[in-house]
Design a protein around this ligand. Structure first.
Ligand code: FMN
Length: 432
């Protein structure tokens, strides 16, 4: 499937990490255009493009920007979410290391639109190299008048900082991230008030994902109509990065119009690993429901996946072949969520622990006939009962195990594991 890359167009081009090289490749035209427009007109253009957040929830970016109160009584902030901690996700890393000026441009346009004079890029602690690349790119942007007291000669003032996290999934959740940014333990806040009203340091704050912001320069430069012409429909627009991992020959980050199918992605990845058959896939990172192979022709966009009972999330597509043990795979994910729960809310702290223990017991050959129902009961207690969506994220794979793969769990419970014995390898060995 041929597609002229938009977000990844500068990958591998020498010199684009510096302002001069990025400009030579066509960069900074979007910011130039935005600075010549009224901030509200920039917001309207982003709204008209239909751009939805690429960090997980798919919230319309322009609408979020429009929630920032007008007036100068309080400073405003942009916090770019570069925590990229959803298992299976590795798209923001590519954008930051290959084309950091594209991100700086997107951040600068957003700051102009909402009148923010300070931007923090909150990056996960493990991304040491990417943080250094960003810091170098920001220094170069200051030296070339893209950042500082007079952005591109417009009189607009903008400072940008890279803030390193310490490697916690919960710090990717927007309010946990704000707590961490302010120097406290990364525990989510009660909403409302939402960050657009009370965010960083008690001030109005936009929080957007790296990929979301990288779309913005292209929308400004080429217009909302061009942007809308890419994708499946007016609710699912623009280019999208898909991170493909698991049982394919060539895993990696691939760019397509939003709404590519699983089968098209597998073809692009050189087919299934060792020619095995597809059994299942996770379309949107560890917190998305696992779908059986029959959905492989479904467009991977926000709405079609929601209709199928899963979600696009961060578009981390994990491919599982016929030899994968889904119970073991879900146990591995349950272990992750248990480890990463911040422990603040009881249903999440207890539920993530219990779900891991029940699956561990089943895998030890000690499952009971009521265990599938027990897992669903744990899910019911966790879903929608907590301050943040980590508990809902943990529920995604658990519920889909029982609902979409009842025969897998029955094989373990009825035969004490014998049903799953002949498998060549287990997802746990691949996913660790
Ligand atoms: C537990 C948890 C972890 C999250 N991790 C990330 C993350 O690593 N990166 C990200 O962009 N969004 C993450 N999110 C979503 C953010 O809370 C927020 O919705 C997002 O940054 C908004 O940006 P967007 O509108 O551009 O998608 C996470 C949410 C939850 C509940």
């Amino acid at each position: 499937m041929a597609f002229e890359p938009v977000l990844l167009r500068n990958v591998g081009k020498p010199g684009v990490r510096q302002v001069a090289g990025y400009r030579e490749a066509g960069g900074y035209k979007g910011l130039e255009k935005a600075l010549g427009m009224e901030p509200d007109a920039v917001i309207e253009e982003v709204k008209a493009s239909g751009l939805r957040g690429r960090g997980g929830a798919g919230f319309p970016a322009g609408l979020k920007w429009s929630f920032i109160p007008k007036g100068n009584d309080k400073p405003k902030y942009l916090v770019c979410n570069a925590d990229e901690s959803e298992p299976g996700t590795f798209k923001d890393r590519i954008l930051m290391e290959q084309d950091p000026q594209q991100l700086i441009e997107g951040c600068a346009i957003c700051c102009w639109a909402v009148s923010a004079n300070t931007c923090y890029i909150y990056i996960r602690g493990e991304y040491v190299e990417q943080a250094e690349i960003l810091e170098e790119a920001i220094r170069d942007a200051y030296a070339n008048g893209i950042l500082g007291d007079d952005v591109m000669g417009s009189g607009f003032k903008l400072d940008m900082y890279v803030h390193r996290g310490a490697g916690a999934y919960i710090c990717g959740e927007e309010t946990g991230m704000l707590e961490s940014l302010e120097g406290r333990r990364g525990q989510p806040r009660i909403k409302p008030p939402f960050p657009a009203v009370v965010g960083a340091f008690g001030c109005p704050t936009v929080i957007n994902n790296v990929e979301t912001l990288c779309n913005v320069p292209h929308i400004l430069e080429r217009g909302a109509d061009w942007y809308k012409s890419i994708g499946t429909d007016e609710r699912n627009t623009g280019p999208k990065l898909y991170c493909v991992s698991g049982h394919v020959e060539k895993p990696g980050t691939y760019e397509f119009p939003i709404g590519v199918t699983m089968n098209q992605l597998i073809d692009t990845c050189g087919g299934m690993w060792r020619g095995a058959k597809l059994k299942a896939f996770i379309p949107g990172g560890a917190s998305a429901a696992i779908l059986p192979a029959k959905h492989a022709d479904l467009p991977l966009d926000f709405d079609q996946l929601a209709k199928a009972g899963s979600m696009l999330g961060s578009a981390a597509v994990i491919v599982m072949d016929e030899n994968t043990d889904i119970v073991r795979a879900v146990h591995r994910l349950a272990k992750f969520f248990n480890h990463e729960s911040c422990g603040q809310c009881t249903p999440c702290r207890e539920g993530t622990n219990w779900s891991e223990l029940v699956l561990k017991k089943i895998l030890a050959g000690k499952g009971n006939p009521g265990d599938a129902e027990l897992i669903l009961r744990i899910c019911r207690n966790m879903g929608g009962t907590t301050l943040c969506a980590l508990a809902d994220a943990a529920v995604g794979p658990l519920r889909s195990l029982v609902q979409n793969f009842p025969e897998e769990i029955a094989a373990w419970i009825d035969n004490g594991g014998a049903g799953a014995e002949p498998r060549r390898y287990f997802a746990e060995e691949v996913l660790v």
